[in-house]
Design a protein. Structure first.
Length: 268
């Protein structure tokens, strides 16, 4: 029987990856480790709405993920942007990778308004994005970083967006941040728990695209040994998290769907 691949991305993103890998004849199955929802507190909702109504005040809007793009770039935001597009007040849209860029286009934003890392970049992240967009920034520009958060509790900034904010500030830009969604650990059903336990030692390949997802998996199965388990990761920080969690075999590749599929096929 072919080896199974578990896709741990949030739904519905996981469903997209499962379908794409299944079309290549791979035995892919979704096991989301993160649940995504809109912000629930009034202050965050108000701040998000205010940012969505202030497009013209920004030189650029950076979406940290496809989820950020999906929750920020609503139909009304896209319509407002289209009204600005012929003027000098329309912002650029920054995506750290092709997945986020694709989501922005699915929301209705034209590709020529979106900046992302070079296609040949070794990684798709804030550092690679900055190489493409640094020249856009002048002192006094405003840039909005649209991000998520874990639950409703305050938390430190993520490595990538914190680094990007520092570069922008050094270039003289004002950086605003807004929460567009919140992440919570997905709660396993009995069937999902049994699947995860079995997949820890039966040759299943875990596709891990988030350090937070790994932490959530450990919280769901705190006594589980991951030494027999295999993982495919999409960034050095995720690789380090998987190794720290105890995954016995960890392989890293670029995060595009094509690169992931090729890596899976070579491993299986």
């Amino acid at each position: 029987m072919p080896a199974r691949i578990l896709i741990t991305r949030p739904a519905p993103e996981a469903a997209h990856w499962v379908a794409a890998l299944q079309r290549r004849g791979l035995l892919a199955q979704a096991l989301p480790l993160i649940q995504i929802s809109p912000p629930s507190d009034a202050a965050s909702v108000a701040a998000l709405q205010q940012a969505q109504q202030a497009l013209a005040s920004y030189q650029a809007i950076m979406l940290v993920s496809g989820q950020a793009a999906r929750f920020f770039a609503s139909a009304s935001v896209v319509a407002a942007f289209q009204a600005l597009a012929a003027s000098d007040t329309a912002p650029r849209w920054w995506a750290p990778g092709p997945g986020t860029a694709r989501t922005l286009q699915q929301c209705g934003l034209p590709a020529h308004c979106i900046d992302q890392p070079a296609a040949e970049a070794s990684q798709f992240d804030s550092e690679a994005l900055w190489q493409r967009v640094e020249s856009q920034i002048q002192p006094g520009n405003r840039v909005l970083i649209v991000r998520g958060r874990d639950g409703t509790a305050p938390q430190p900034e993520g490595h990538g967006r914190d680094w990007l904010a520092q570069q922008l500030q050094r270039a003289g830009a004002q950086v605003d941040k807004v929460v567009a969604y919140q992440r919570q650990a997905a709660q396993f059903s009995d069937a999902q728990r049994a699947l995860a336990q079995q997949a820890a030692s039966d040759g299943t390949l875990w596709l891990l695209s988030s350090s937070q997802a790994i932490a959530n998996l450990q919280a769901q199965l705190p006594a589980q040994s991951w030494q027999p388990a295999r993982a495919l990761t999409t960034h050095p920080r995720i690789t380090a998290a998987a190794q720290a969690a105890g995954f016995g075999t960890v392989t890293e590749c670029r995060p595009t769907l094509e690169d992931v599929a090729i890596s899976i096929e070579s491993m299986l």
